[in-house]
Write a protein that binds this ligand. Structure first.
Ligand SMILES: NC(=O)C1=CN([C@@H]2O[C@H](COP(=O)(O)OP(=O)(O)OC[C@H]3O[C@@H](n4cnc5c(N)ncnc54)[C@H](OP(=O)(O)O)[C@@H]3O)[C@@H](O)[C@H]2O)C=CC1
Ligand SMILES: O=C(CO)[C@H](O)[C@H](O)COP(=O)(O)O
Length: 491
């Protein structure tokens, strides 16, 4: 058999589906998975899903790394789809001795950007190219076209671009995969961990997109006493307004799903959300950058709160809330208000996410981000895809330097249309004791951002009072003063 075009290491959900996607797109593929005692992913793949591809000569499975590498055309392109962290380092360490100068390793897992930068540098010193590529879209995306966010060695990208763009999702005929990292005039430049940084923020946005829908569901369930199929119908009706919001479609499907007893599965799922860590990393990045990504943070923290299920059960019998009140308002209006609360909060969320991205690329990787291109890349294939991203793209096409999406005319108009409904929803939720942390947090940010005079004058005075940290006067910005607040100067 001819040497293959690319090798994939790691045959769990993502790796095996990407391998099949590569073959659909005409590439010959080598695959490898370490063979651990309890795990027979490679054998299982070769004997089942990929059996016919092996006999057709489109796929080669190897049970050892040297023969896997030997079977790939040089310069070898190898895609890792394995658990992030130490496994990536250990597989790279095994690969290096059997690779040749100019070969390319791509890490498509959810790695931390600082690990990717470290690996890019170490491998560059060995004459190898390393790419850190964010892949989004889950199982379905991997199989039929994910969104791909590649960063790292620019030369490595030039050797892999045709493959990555071929297997990515397409929107309006354009691949949802383009290089992350440009110089000041927009030319592509090496960008080390930038692709994985983008994927981290993407996942943070994804956590919050999910949280917003979870809060909408909670209100319809507990405030309006609606059952899963009725809520699904409301979500369908929102989507019928041309939102093309994949997560909303998926959520309606989840709500309609019945188990083998003919009962709604959603009602039986334990309300304790797990997480693998990328949302938390996004919050850490925001804190490091000084960017107020509070909607992402609330969404991560909401998962933490949910996970303390036993404590919540105990607290539910001890901590008092408002007595149950039947909702007496107009139900149709409230459903519409909830939709607007989601819409407005989503604008705040993306404004914060893009601020974090725009700040992070120059500071962390010495390169820039084309925000319009990124919105296009997220438009197809990925977990957060929706028509909303067309508006994000338009905003950045109109003003590539836009600092806050809320200031774009379309978005500020939408916020103005939604803000009263958004307030009604949060007030009603608070009065009924139903938590809506992401809605409330987004609204607080909106009100803070549009507030000409925040109480930070008092914070500055307090800091100066206890720690002589100084403050500026409104009329003398840039001049830092210290006041003797008590009239008793310490000796
Ligand atoms: N699932 C999803 O929706 C998405 C996942 N990702 C990311 O893609 C990557 C792959 O994800 P997924 O397919 O879900 O699989 P997992 O995250 O469950 O990773 C399992 C794969 O990693 C391999 N692996 C684990 N430890 C080692 C090690 N020490 N040495 C060699 N191989 C190892 C496993 O091999 P073995 O079977 O031998 O243990 C298996 O092939 C992850 O980084 C994930 O975060 C990205 C986007 C979406
Ligand atoms: O990267 C992804 C989607 O693009 C994964 O689905 C992600 O790992 C899910 O995150 P978590 O387990 O933290 O909810």
């Amino acid at each position: 058999m001819d040497k293959t075009d690319i090798g994939v290491i790691g045959l769990a959900v993502m790796g095996r589906n990407l391998a099949l996607n590569l073959i659909d797109n005409g590439f010959l593929v080598s695959v490898y998975n370490r063979t651990t005692p309890g795990e027979r992913l490679l054998q299982d793949f070769l004997e089942n899903d990929a059996k016919h591809l092996v006999s057709e000569g489109k796929l080669v499975g190897s049970f050892n790394l040297p023969s896997f590498v030997e079977g790939i055309k040089p310069p070898r392109r190898i895609l890792l789809m394995i658990s992030a962290g130490p496994p990536v380092d250990s597989v790279i360490a095994e690969l290096v001795p059997v690779l040749e100068q100019g070969d390319i390793i791509m890490d498509g897992g959810n790695s931390e950007h600082s690990d990717t930068t470290r690996r890019c540098r170490a491998l560059r010193n060995m004459g190898l190219h390393f790419l850190g590529i964010g892949v989004s879209g889950g199982e379905e995306g991997a199989r039929h076209g994910p969104s791909i966010m590649p960063g790292g060695s620019l030369e490595g990208w030039l050797h892999t671009k045709n493959i990555l763009q071929a297997i990515s999702a397409k929107v309006d005929g354009k691949p949802c995969c383009s290089w992350i990292g440009t110089d000041a005039v927009g030319n592509p430049t090496s960008s080390e961990g930038a692709g994985h940084f983008i994927k981290t923020v993407h996942n943070g946005i994804g956590y919050a997109d999910m949280q917003l829908l979870a809060e909408a569901y909670h209100l319809m369930k507990d405030l309006l006493s609606m059952g899963p199929p009725d809520i699904a119908q409301v979500f369908d009706s929102w989507n019928a307004e041309n939102l093309e919001w994949r997560l909303l479609e998926n959520t309606a499907e989840i709500l309609r799903f019945k188990d083998e007893f003919g009962e709604y599965l959603i009602d039986k799922i334990r309300d304790a959300a797990a997480q693998k860590g990328t949302g938390k990393w996004a919050v850490i990045e925001a804190a490091n950058a000084g960017i107020p990504a509070n909607v992402i943070a609330e969404s991560v923290f909401a998962r933490f709160v949910s996970a303390s299920k036993d404590e919540r059960l105990a607290a539910s019998t001890q901590l008092v809330g408002p007595a149950f009140q039947k909702f007496v308002g107009d139900r149709i209006t409230m459903m519409d208000d909830i939709k607007k609360a989601v819409q407005a909060s989503k604008i705040v969320l993306y404004a914060q996410g893009f601020m974090l991205l725009q700040e992070g690329l120059p500071r962390l990787f010495g390169c820039h981000l084309n925000c319009a291109d990124l919105a296009q890349m997220w438009r197809g294939g990925c977990v957060i895809r929706s028509k909303f991203l067309d508006h994000v793209k338009n905003a950045f096409v109109l003003d590539p330097q836009l600092k806050n999406l809320m200031m774009d005319e379309y978005f500020s108009r939408t916020l103005a249309d939604c803000q009263l409904a958004w307030r009604r929803v949060t007030v009603t939720a608070i009065n009924h004791g139903i938590p809506t942390p992401a809605f409330c947090s987004a609204l607080s940010y909106y009100d803070s951002f549009r507030c000409p005079r925040l109480p930070a004058n008092l914070l500055q005075a307090q800091r100066d009072f206890y720690g002589a940290h100084t403050f500026e006067l409104l009329e003398r910005p840039g001049v830092f003063l210290h006041n003797d607040w008590t009239g008793v100067k310490p000796k």
